[in-house]
Design a protein around this ligand. Structure first.
Ligand code: T68
Length: 830
C-alpha cells in the first residue's frame, strides 16, 4: 500500500448514497429484526416491550435516514437562508406515530409488527414523551418546526437537551406532588449524539484590552468552561420526503474529572467540577410565565445560544463565508426573551473574534435577529441583575452597555433630552436594582418584534412596548399562533380525520383552509349524524384511556367541559370552580333537581409551578371539590369532576378530540394568545371565552352564534381598575356568588376545616387581581346559554362542524407563511 495516496472508496455500496430499506412489510420486518438483534442484542423470543419499542423506533429512523442525510447535503450545497429557531423549550410529545405518519409507514409498520406477534398499541404505551417544555410556548415551538419541515423550509431548531423535563405531577390527598421526569431512563432512540461537534462554552473571568497593530481590541479571559454536545433529532416533514434537524445541547464537563485528586482518594472533590458543569442541562425550569431569576437559568440560556450561534457559524456556513452576508443566510428567531443573550454573543464573536468593526457588526446583528414576545404580564418580562450578568458574562455586559449607550443617543436625537423617556426606554433598569431588561434588548436588536395574536400585538404596541413602537413603528408586527393539524387532528383524532378526508379529499392536512368545505356539510343531517358518532366514540376512547391510567370513567351522554392549560391565576381556573360549586350548591340547596340539569363532566388538566403556592392551593381545591361532588348521592351522577394528574401532550391528544366545550376564560388582556383554544375548536369543541388572546380571532371566524362570549373587554377591565375595583361589592351584590363562596369558606370541601381554602376565598374577596368576581355573573349566564344550546344536540353538532370549517386559519403552516413573508424573508427549498 502506497501510504502517500489518499484512500478513496471503491466498493459500489460505499459510493452509493444511503439506501432506505424497502417500503414493504417484508422490508420492515427484516430491518426491525436486524435492529432487535444487532442494536438491542436480543432475540425476538427473548425481547420485552421496551426492546421491541427501541428496535421499532430504530427501524423508523432507518427509513428516514436517507432523506435526512440528503437534506443536510442539499442545505449545505444550496446555501439557502436558514431559519434558526432559538427556543429554551420544545414540548415535542411522542415521536413514534408522528414519524410513521410523516414517512407514510403506519400501515406497513403495524402489519410488520403483527407478523412478529407485536401490537402497535403496546409499542405506543411504552414510549415516553420528551417533556422539554412548560406549556404553550414550548408546544408552539414544536408545532412550528413540524410546519417548517412540512413546508420544506431549511430550519434548525436549537435548544437544550434537559436530562429531566417538566416534572411528573402526582396527587397525594388532592395536593400536587412533583416527581422527576426521567425521560431518558429507558433509552432514547430518536436522538443522535455528536460529541465530535461539541462547542466549548465559557463563563466568568474578566476582559482586557490589547493592541492589535495599532487598533485597541477587547478580549474575554473566562475562568471556566463546559462542553456543549449536540444531540440531533429528526424533524420529518409530512409526506414531502424532507427531514429537518432539531439540535439540542447537553452540558458535559471538559475534563471528566481530575484524576490526580481522584487517585488521592477524594472522589467527591474530583467529581465536583463535573457535577457543576453538567448541572447546566440537568433540568427544565418548571416556571411558566414568571422568570425565575436563578444563576443556573442564565447559564442555561447562554450555554445553548452560544453553542447554537457558533455551531451555525462554524459548521453550517461554508469555510471562508463572508460574514458581511450573514443576513442573507440566517435569521435567528428569539422565542421569547430566554435566548436574547444571543445578541451580545453574536456581537462578541463578530467584533472580538472575527475582527469586525463595531458598526458593521451591529448592522449585521440587527438584521439577523427577530423577537417574539409571549406575554402581557409585566412581572413576566425577564430581567437579569447587572451584578450577576457581569459576573457570569463580563464581556457581554460591556457589549450591552455600549448597545444601550448608542441606543439612548438615538432616542435623544429623536425625542430630545426627555429624562423620563430615557429612563423608561433604557435597556438598563435602575429599580429595584440595576438590571438588564431582556425584552428591551431584543426589541432594540431585532429586525422585527411580534406578538402572538392580534389583540396581544396591539397591546404590545400600545402598552408594554409603546415607546419603542413610537420610535420604530415598522418593527412591530403580529403573527397569530397556530397548531399543527398533523398531530392535533390527523394523529389525535383519526376518526374525524377520516370523515374529513372522505368529504374533502386528503389535501386539508397541508392546506387547512380547505376545511371551509365542511360549511356546506354542516347543513347535511347525515353528515351531522356521522360527526356526532365520531364525538361520542372519542369520549368512549377517552374514558378507556382514563380508566387504564387513573381508574376513572366518563359518560358519553354528558356534556364534556374541558379546561386544560397551566394553572395560573390569570387563566382563572377558580372561575371554573366557582361555576361547578354554584351548580352543586343549587342541587344540594334544592334550588334545582339533579335530574333537571344538563349532565356535565368537567375535565381539568393543569400543572402548577412548584413554587407557586396559590396555584397549588387551587389544584387542591379542584381535587377537593371533585371528591365531594362526585360522591354526593344527591347529585345523582349529573355532575362529575375529573382531574387526571400529569396533563401532557399525550393526554391532550385524548382529551381534546372528546371535548364539547372549550374553557378559555382568562381575564381580558392577560392571555397572549392561547393555542389550546385553537386545538379544541379544530376538534369541534365550542368555546366559552372572554375577549382575550386568539379567542378574539376565533370568534370573528366562527361567528357569534357558534361561540359563548362573556366577561369584560380589555378596555372595560382598565376602566374598572381606574374606577377602583372592590371584589367584595360583587360578592355582596350576588346571592349566587355568595352562596358558592360561602360553601367553600364553610369547609364543605375540606372536611369542615375552614382554614384550608381560606387563602383562596380571602384572596378573591379582598384582592382578586384577575377580577374573577367581576366576571362571575356574566360567566354563569353564559354557562346557562351553553346548557340551553346543548339541549338541541343537532344544532350543537352543526355549530361544532362550523367551528372546524372556519378555523383552518389556525394551522401553524399559516403562521409559518406569515413569519416567512413578514419577518424571515426566507423561502422553501425546492
Ligand atoms: C404562552 N406562554 C402564553 N410561557 O401564555 C400563551 N414563560 O398565551 C401563548 O399562546 C403561548 O405562550 C404561545 O405563544 C408560555 O407558555 C412559558 O411557558 C414560559 C416558560 C418559561 C418562562 C416564562
Amino acid at each position: 500500500i502506497n501510504s502517500d495516496a489518499p484512500l478513496r472508496p471503491t466498493h459500489p455500496l460505499a459510493l452509493a448514497p444511503v439506501i432506505a430499506p424497502p417500503a414493504s412489510v417484508d422490508g420492515f420486518v427484516k430491518q426491525f429484526l436486524a435492529n432487535l438483534n444487532f442494536d438491542q442484542g436480543v432475540s425476538l423470543s427473548a425481547s420485552d416491550a421496551n426492546d421491541q419499542y427501541l428496535a421499532l423506533a430504530g427501524t423508523v429512523r432507518d427509513y428516514l435516514m436517507a432523506r435526512w442525510l440528503e437534506d443536510q447535503t442539499r442545505q449545505r450545497e444550496q446555501q439557502a437562508k436558514t431559519v434558526c429557531y432559538l427556543s429554551a423549550e420544545y414540548l415535542l410529545g411522542k415521536q413514534l406515530d408522528n414519524n410513521l405518519l410523516a414517512a407514510r409507514l403506519g400501515e406497513i409498520a403495524t402489519e410488520a409488527l403483527a407478523q412478529c406477534g407485536i401490537s402497535m398499541d403496546d409499542m405506543r404505551e411504552v414510549e415516553v414523551e420528551p417533556g422539554l417544555g412548560n406549556g404553550g410556548l414550548g408546544r408552539l415551538a414544536a408545532c412550528f418546526i413540524d410546519s417548517l419541515a412540512t413546508m420544506s423550509v431549511p430550519t434548525i431548531g436549537y435548544g437544550i437537551r434537559y436530562e429531566y423535563g417538566i416534572f411528573r405531577q402526582t396527587f397525594v390527598d388532592g395536593e400536587q406532588v412533583e416527581q422527576p421526569d426521567a425521560w431518558l431512563q429507558m433509552g432514547s432512540p430518536w436522538e443522535f449524539p455528536h460529541p465530535e461537534a461539541a462547542q466549548t462554552i465559557s463563563f466568568g473571568g474578566r476582559t482586557e484590552t490589547y493592541d492589535d497593530k495599532g487598533v485597541t481590541r477587547t478580549r474575554w479571559i473566562p475562568d471556566w468552561n463546559v462542553l456543549a454536545v449536540p444531540y440531533n433529532m429528526m424533524v420529518p416533514g409530512y409526506h414531502n420526503g424532507r427531514v429537518n434537524t432539531l439540535r439540542l445541547w447537553r452540558a458535559v464537563a471538559t475534563n471528566a474529572f481530575d484524576l490526580r485528586i481522584f487517585n488521592s482518594g477524594d472522589y467527591e472533590e474530583s467529581v465536583r467540577a463535573q457535577t457543576f458543569a453538567e448541572n447546566i442541562s440537568k433540568v427544565l425550569y418548571p416556571e411558566d410565565s414568571t422568570p425565575q431569576g436563578k444563576e443556573l437559568r442564565l447559564q442555561q440560556q447562554y450555554f445553548f445560544v452560544a453553542a447554537s450561534i457558533n455551531d451555525f457559524l462554524d459548521n453550517v456556513l461554508l469555510e471562508g463565508f463572508d460574514l458581511n452576508n450573514l443576513p442573507d443566510r440566517v435569521i435567528f428567531q428569539l422565542n421569547d426573551t430566554h435566548p436574547v443573550i444571543a445578541v451580545p454573543e453574536l456581537m462578541r464573536v463578530l467584533v472580538d473574534e472575527r475582527g469586525m468593526e463595531w458598526e458593521d457588526a451591529w448592522a449585521i446583528t440587527q438584521k439577523c435577529f427577530a423577537y417574539t414576545c409571549h406575554t402581557l404580564l409585566p412581572e413576566a418580562l425577564e430581567v437579569w441583575s447587572v451584578d450577576l450578568l457581569g459576573r457570569l458574562l463580563p464581556r457581554h455586559l460591556e457589549i450591552i452597555y455600549r448597545i444601550n449607550d448608542e441606543f439612548l443617543d438615538e432616542v435623544r436625537e429623536r425625542f430630545g433630552d426627555d429624562m423620563m423617556r430615557i429612563r423608561n426606554m433604557s435597556i438598563i433598569g435602575e429599580h429595584p436594582y440595576r438590571s438588564v431588561r431582556m425584552a428591551y434588548l431584543a426589541t432594540v436588536a431585532g429586525a422585527k418584534v411580534n406578538g402572538v395574536a392580534e389583540l396581544h400585538s396591539q397591546l404590545l404596541r400600545d402598552k408594554v412596548l409603546h415607546e419603542f413602537a413610537e420610535m420604530y413603528p415598522d418593527k412591530f408586527t403580529n403573527v397569530t399562533n397556530g397548531v399543527t393539524p398533523r398531530r392535533f387532528i390527523r394523529l389525535a383524532n383519526p376518526s374525524l380525520a377520516s370523515l374529513i378526508t372522505e368529504a374533502l379529499g386528503a389535501g386539508w392536512t397541508v392546506d387547512l383552509e380547505r376545511l371551509r368545505g365542511l360549511e356546506a356539510l354542516a347543513e347535511d343531517p347525515e353528515f351531522r349524524e356521522r360527526f356526532a358518532a365520531v364525538k361520542a366514540a372519542n369520549k368512549r376512547h377517552l374514558s378507556d384511556v382514563l380508566q387504564r391510567r387513573d381508574g376513572v370513567t366518563i359518560d358519553d351522554s354528558h356534556l364534556l367541559d374541558v379546561m386544560v392549560k397551566r394553572l395560573h391565576e390569570y387563566k382563572r381556573q377558580t372561575l371554573k370552580v366557582l361555576h361547578i360549586v354554584t351548580e352543586y350548591e343549587r342541587i344540594i340547596s334544592g334550588t334545582v333537581a339533579a335530574a333537571d340539569i344538563q349532565p356535565r363532566t368537567f375535565i381539568f388538566g393543569a400543572k402548577a409551578a412548584p413554587g407557586y403556592a396559590m396555584a397549588k392551593r387551587i389544584i387542591h381545591l379542584i381535587n377537593s371539590v371533585a371528591s365531594v361532588v362526585n360522591n354526593d348521592p344527591r347529585v345523582e351522577g349529573s355532575l362529575k369532576v375529573v382531574f387526571p394528574p400529569n396533563y401532557n401532550v399525550t393526554l391532550a391528544e385524548s382529551i381534546i378530540p372528546a371535548a364539547d366545550l372549550s374553557e378559555q376564560i382568562s381575564l381580558a388582556g392577560k392571555e397572549a394568545s392561547g393555542t389550546g383554544n385553537m386545538k379544541l375548536a379544530l376538534n369541534g369543541a365550542l368555546t366559552i371565552g372572554t375577549d382575550d388572546g386568539a379567542n378574539v380571532e376565533i370568534r370573528q371566524l366562527v361567528g357569534d352564534d357558534n361561540f359563548f362570549l362573556f366577561g369584560m373587554t380589555e378596555p372595560e377591565v382598565e376602566a374598572l381598575w381606574a374606577k377602583g375595583y372592590k371584589p367584595a361589592d360583587f360578592y355582596q351584590a350576588d346571592p349566587q356568588l355568595r352562596a358558592a363562596m360561602d360553601l367553600i369558606a364553610s369547609g364543605e370541601f375540606s372536611g369542615g376545616d375552614r382554614t384550608v381554602f381560606e387563602p383562596i376565598v380571602s384572596n378573591l374577596l379582598y384582592d382578586d387581581r384577575f377580577m374573577v368576581l367581576a366576571d362571575y355573573a356574566s360567566y354563569i349566564e353564559a354557562q346557562a346559554q351553553v346548557d340551553l344550546a346543548y339541549a338541541d344536540q343537532d344544532a350543537w353538532t352543526r355549530s361544532a362542524i362550523l367551528n372546524i370549517a372556519r378555523c383552518g386559519f389556525f394551522s401553524s403552516d399559516r403562521s409559518m407563511r406569515d413569519y416567512l413573508d413578514r419577518i424571515w424573508h426566507a423561502r422553501p427549498l425546492l
